[in-house]
Design a protein around this ligand. Structure first.
Ligand SMILES: NC(=O)c1ccc[n+]([C@@H]2O[C@H](COP(=O)([O-])OP(=O)(O)OC[C@H]3O[C@@H](n4cnc5c(N)ncnc54)[C@H](O)[C@@H]3O)[C@@H](O)[C@H]2O)c1
Length: 117
């Protein structure tokens, strides 16, 4: 009995958490969305591929996964993704900035220009 409850806690490490995942329609982001959902998180997938993202949400669990269109090169769309998440779930605990980096990595966020992924 004791070991079962310990396992249950370990298996749902993100219970009650809300996560926003950019580029969550495929690859690393999709697998992260599936794993976070399995661990009990509410997941919002932010991506440019609407149909793909919606089908991932449907497959993961429409009760815990949802989609918002977001091109991360557009600051207003990122702002909208955050606002949509907070409006839907009342908070944002985890922001996984997974979608795209092209070119040399910038170690300091202040060196990153708008519109670059
Ligand atoms: N796969 C690797 O080996 C690897 C290695 C190092 C870094 N990365 C980085 O990790 C991230 C994810 O890699 P992946 O292999 O899962 O890529 P992927 O191509 O499988 O998935 C990327 C996702 O991001 C979405 N996307 C692309 N441009 C977007 C934009 N402007 N706004 C919002 N969503 C956008 C795509 O629609 C797709 O769903 C990328 O930033 C990649 O550069 C990947």
């Amino acid at each position: 009995m004791g070991s079962v409850s310990v396992f249950s806690i370990a298996a749902r490490r993100l219970e009650g958490k809300v996560a926003l995942i950019t580029g969550g329609a495929s690859g690393i982001g999709e697998h992260t969305a599936r794993l976070f959902s399995k661990h009990g998180a509410k997941v919002v997938i932010a991506d440019i591929h609407d149909n793909l993202a919606q089908s991932v949400c449907k497959d993961v669990d429409p009760k815990s996964a949802s989609f918002v269109h977001c091109n991360v090169t557009k600051e207003t769309e990122v702002e909208n993704a955050v606002n949509t998440t907070v409006a839907k779930y009342g908070k944002l605990d985890i922001m996984f900035n997974n979608a795209g980096i092209v070119g040399g990595a910038k170690l300091n966020v202040l060196d990153v220009e708008k519109g670059r992924v």
